[in-house]
Ligand binder design. Structure first.
Ligand code: PL3
Ligand code: FE2
Ligand code: FE2
Length: 231
């Protein structure tokens, strides 16, 4: 009932909605494309997990196609130049880490940060999405949990050797996430997605992931604070 009330107030065909959607939809399409490429790169870096990682990269490509269909369904042209710019810092940090063989940093950026960002965004979007996009997003978010789980399992198995690099990568990349959330705040609001809810869901997913990997509550508090103070 509540969900219906929220959705019914949104006019998915209004120019305001479609204008905001042209950027949010592009961000999601670009995010799925980045994820697709990142898992291919990770497959090269982790030959033992190659088949699994190639499977994840193919899922990301399907997600991208699903969200492209969501834009088409609303007759929206995604602003891909904006989206590439939006992802450029995380993109560059992943590329640099990959070039220097820092697989732990690559996993933190893709399987923890980007996947938690996606999980938060998609869960907040589902109740306020148009019916077509809702169906697609519900399918996608289930996959994203399995991608997050891949990163958690690998990093948990290599926790002692990865801890210092994870802390450094967290310090470098978490502030970028807060910047990205601030940048999308106004457009997300037009889609009836509130920044506070996005931040809350991101922190819950990310904190749980760090806990599953082996960090103490104290570590998690300290690590989470990095982004917030720099934002
Ligand atoms: C990983 O598999 C995919 C990464 C995608 C990142 C998405 C970030 C989304 C931020 C904006 C929130 C809007 C969600 C709306 C969905 C159409
Ligand atoms: Fe995805
Ligand atoms: Fe994913």
């Amino acid at each position: 009932m509540q969900e219906f009330a929220v959705s019914s107030e949104l006019d998915f065909q209004s120019e305001t909605y479609k204008d905001a959607y042209s950027r949010i939809n592009a961000i999601v399409i670009e995010g799925e494309q980045e994820a697709h490429e990142n898992y291919i790169k990770l497959a090269e870096m982790l030959p033992e997990q190659k088949d699994e990682l190639i499977r994840l990269s193919k899922m990301e490509n399907r997600h991208k196609k699903g969200f492209q269909a969501c834009g088409k369904n609303l007759s929206v042209t995604p602003d891909m130049d904006f989206a590439r710019q939006y992802f450029s810092q995380l993109h560059d940090n992943f590329q640099t880490a990959a070039a220097t063989g820092n697989v732990v940093t690559c996993l933190l950026i893709q399987s923890l940060i980007i996947e938690c960002f996606a999980i938060a965004a998609y869960n907040i979007y589902i109740p306020v999405a148009d019916p077509f996009a809702r169906k697609i997003t519900e399918g996608v978010v289930q996959d994203e949990y399995s991608h997050l789980n891949f990163g958690e399992v690998w990093l948990k198995e290599h926790f002692e050797d990865s801890k210092a690099e994870l802390e450094a990568a967290n310090r470098q990349n978490l502030p970028i996430v807060w910047k990205m959330l601030n940048q999308v705040e106004d457009d997300a609001h037009i889609l009836a997605m509130e920044k506070e809810a996005l931040v809350e869901d991101f922190m819950i997913a990310y904190g749980e992931a760090l806990s599953n990997i082996g960090f103490s509550t104290r570590d998690i508090m300290r690590m989470s604070a990095y982004g917030l103070t720099a934002a």
